[in-house]
Every structure is written in C-alpha cells, then in structure tokens.
Ligand binder design. Sequence first.
Ligand SMILES: [Zn+2]
Length: 99
Amino acid sequence: MTQAVCIKCGAFKHGGFSPCGACGFEPDTETDAAYSLALTDHYFPMEILEEISASIQGGRPHPTLPPHREAGFREACRPYLRVQAKRRAQMAKARRADE
Ligand SMILES: [Zn+2]
C-alpha cells in the first residue's frame, strides 16, 4: 500500500489521492493533487516523508518542488482530476434531482 503524507495536516495516509483520515482533506485542484502524488513513498524514502510529515504537523506548508518536477506531477494527476470532476458533476446532478 502506498504511504502518503496529507499535504494539509501532515498525517500519514494510504494512497496520495485518498481522503485524509485525520482532517478529511481530499485533493481537488491540480496543485494539491500534484503534491499529494509527490509526497508518497513512490517518490521519497520514508525517512524524508517522516520529516515532511513532522514539518507540516509543526504548522509549516508542504515543501515545494522545482517547477519542472511540479509540472511532471501535474501532468501525472490529470487523469485522476478528470475522474474526480466527473464524479462531482454526477453528485451535483443527483442532488438536483432530489430537490
Ligand atoms: Zn490531513
């Protein structure tokens, strides 16, 4: 299972795109999704993730990537965001149908 760090609260969770069990945060913008994908054990060793986690829990923002690497992660998370956007649109439609 992928170990990931929540970019909002620093808690560890399973999978970069899964909702955070601690704060409920779920990435829905390209930047948030890009960093949620980056802060996983696919890209960083656990000891670095633990440092990042501690730093975010200490109130600091998540670290930023060099622009060319950030662009790569943005690209990689686009399919996920498309699925997410579709799911949201369906949920909105279902809500309208209920009213
Ligand atoms: Zn969180």
